[in-house]
Design a protein around this ligand. Structure first.
Ligand code: UDP
Length: 316
């Protein structure tokens, strides 16, 4: 029997590659699309020769080949986008485009073919939140012209057009808001706190803390995220769902976790806080618990140890 066909945009990225691999294991035929602006071919290594995997180097912002309308897609997963602040600061227009025009082209494909659409949104839609922890019902506190707006507003637009297609054309949609996620296949150069501090510790370089380090984040291991995504495919729920780990740490506490995992001679250095950097972030996950029977199972110590193991064997 023919396997159901899915598209994963951003398949060579950190999250997209884990998703593509899991979907292959779940018995789907996967077309991975990526323009490699931040994705890396090495992320596909463990499944690129899988008989049901096909990789296409393309940018959905430019539109999609006509022949895609004739294929029998069951799902389109839109995970392509620069996602770490330094990366999207460096690609502002591209980030806006992939989440606006890119999302529109993929939704059009879903409208024409009857595929379900799965949009990777983000906790950044809550901006610098005034409500803590953040439930899905919170509308957010985003600076529309701030430096982060190229990502925050792009994802907010991505959600808006997703629901416009849902209401206007009846496209079946799923939307997740992904909170800080880490694990194997992250780009060591992506400039996030997890990769920066781990590699600084490994190289005995100073650990860089932006601001005074009292801002908080809640870190989710990637396999927990992927489990939540797969469960959401199986339920009829079109409203946004937070997926994140509610264990919250200040950045200084996080740095101490890194130090206890990686013995290092590194000092700590303080750098200016980037503008509009959210002061606190923690997901309210009662919705995911209720409708998916889901909650994270990998704690930060274990997740960081698994990530370290990967970095030691896969990155120089
Ligand atoms: N951060 C830091 N040192 C670094 C990189 C980031 O202190 O080397 C801080 C950053 O200012 C933010 C938090 O760590 O407050 C998480 O940053 P990241 O870039 O990982 O993701 P964000 O949650 O801001 O999208």
């Amino acid at each position: 029997m023919k396997k159901p066909l899915v598209m994963v945009t951003g398949a060579a990225g950190f999250v997209g590659s884990h998703l593509a691999e899991r979907l292959l294991n779940e018995g789907f035929s996967v077309v991975g699309v990526d323009n490699l602006c931040t994705g890396r071919m090495r992320n596909l290594k463990s499944f690129e020769n899988h008989p049901d995997f096909e990789f296409v180097k393309a940018d959905p912002s430019d539109g999609l080949p006509d022949e895609y309308s004739k294929r029998n897609w069951s799902w389109v997963f839109h995970f392509a986008s620069p996602a770490s602040p330094p990366k999207y600061f460096g690609m502002p227009i591209e980030t806006l485009q992939i989440n606006s025009e890119g999302t529109r082209h993929l939704l059009e494909l879903c409208r024409k073919t009857g595929a379900k659409f799965f949009f990777a949104s983000t906790s950044e839609v809550y901006g610098d939140p005034l409500v803590h922890p953040q439930p899905e019902s919170y509308w957010g506190n985003v600076n529309p012209i701030g430096v982060r707006s190229i990502y925050d507003e792009a994802k907010r637009y991505g959600e808006a057009i997703t629901y416009a297609y849902h209401r206007t054309h009846g496209v079946d949609v799923r939307v997740i808001r992904i909170f800080n996620t880490y694990g194997p296949r992250m780009d060591p150069e992506d400039g996030r706190v997890v990769t920066n501090l781990m590699f600084q510790a490994l190289r005995n370089q100073p650990l860089t803390i932006y601001g005074d380090g009292t801002q908080t984040r809640s870190f989710q291991y990637v396999s927990d995220l992927i489990e939540g995504i797969v469960r959401l495919m199986g339920v009829d729920h079109s409203e946004p769902v937070n997926l994140g780990n509610p264990s919250e740490f200040t950045i200084l506490e996080f740095a101490n976790k890194v130090r206890s995992l990686i013995p290092t001679r590194s000092d700590t250095v303080y750098r200016p806080l980037p503008s509009d950097d959210p002061k606190q972030r923690k997901p309210e996950i009662s919705l995911a618990k209720r409708i998916l029977g889901w909650e994270p199972v990998v704690d930060l110590e274990r997740g960081l140890a698994l990530t370290l193991e990967y970095f030691k064997t896969n990155e120089d």
